[in-house]
Write a protein that binds this ligand. Structure first.
Ligand code: MLT
Length: 252
């Protein structure tokens, strides 16, 4: 059996050619946590849009719920923002969502050509790592953990959650299937090991501090909860049936 390599791309543009890889996209604060939460709240699917105008026209044309943020706050004219705690109190049964965010949805679109793409957060860490590990073994593929970053810069919370995923993936290996780690995977794991308390580590970072400053402190603690969801958001690309092009669909 081929030995899979685990790599971490600290920014989407560092992911390289992922067409033969299994990807896990991470935007811990907050897009992938939001997507996990939407599925927990009964949402049948989340359309992940790479821009606000595309999201808006697609959602309005289809009567879907339009969600997303600009600089952390609800985008103008949208139905909801990007707050997982707000979504955790709402019912999304039979309500498809179109989501557009500053980094997470763009990172997802950037690796849509991978063999499989999963969306991971701290909430669903073990469930997503397990699915990715099984897919990598079945496909004899490497696993690339893709950090969304913040506007093209390294983000502490994505890198520490990437380290958490590396830890889980290594724990899933056996003597016959032990993965090898790229230097970036070793670095992410060591970063997480240096402060295993996600919340404490994240509060040293700019994005968590920004979210706290604009009134979303509750979202940070919520997003730092590990393994309270078995949801595995999986990217499915499909031809849309409308004239508006919205290239990616997530199903739980
Ligand atoms: C993003 O996609 O950059 C984030 O989810 C922003 C946020 O915290 O809402």
């Amino acid at each position: 059996m081929r030995q899979s390599e685990i790599r971490v791309a600290f920014l989407p543009e560092l992911a390289g050619d992922v067409s033969n890889c299994v990807c896990i996209v991470i935007d811990a604060l907050r897009a992938t946590t939001v997507i996990t939460t939407l599925f927990e709240r009964g949402c049948p699917c989340v359309y992940v849009a790479p821009s606000h105008p595309l999201a808006e026209s697609f959602a309005r044309a289809n009567g879907y719920v339009l969600c997303g943020e600009t600089n952390g706050v609800k985008a103008e004219g949208f139905d909801y923002g990007n707050s997982p705690t707000e979504f955790s109190r709402l019912d999304f049964t039979e309500r498809p969502v179109v989501l557009s965010t500053s980094n997470g949805t763009k990172a997802t679109a950037a690796v849509a050509n991978a063999k499989r793409t999963y969306l991971g957060s701290a909430l669903n860490r073990t469930a997503v790592a397990q699915a990715a590990w099984e897919a990598a073994n079945a496909e004899e593929a490497d696993v690339v953990i893709v950090c969304s970053g913040t506007n093209g810069t390294f983000t502490l919370e994505d890198a520490t959650v990437a380290g958490l995923y590396v830890e889980a993936l290594v724990a899933m290996g056996t003597a016959w299937t032990m993965p090898s780690l790229s230097d970036s995977a070793v670095a992410a794991r060591r970063l997480w090991q240096s402060e295993p308390n996600l919340l404490r580590g994240w509060m040293e970072g700019r994005h968590a501090q920004h979210l706290g400053d604009i009134g979303f402190g509750e979202d940070i603690g919520f997003s730092a909860t590990i393994d309270n969801s078995g949801t595995v958001p999986t990217l499915v690309t499909e031809e849309t049936k409308t004239s508006v092009d919205c290239p990616t669909i997530l199903v739980a």
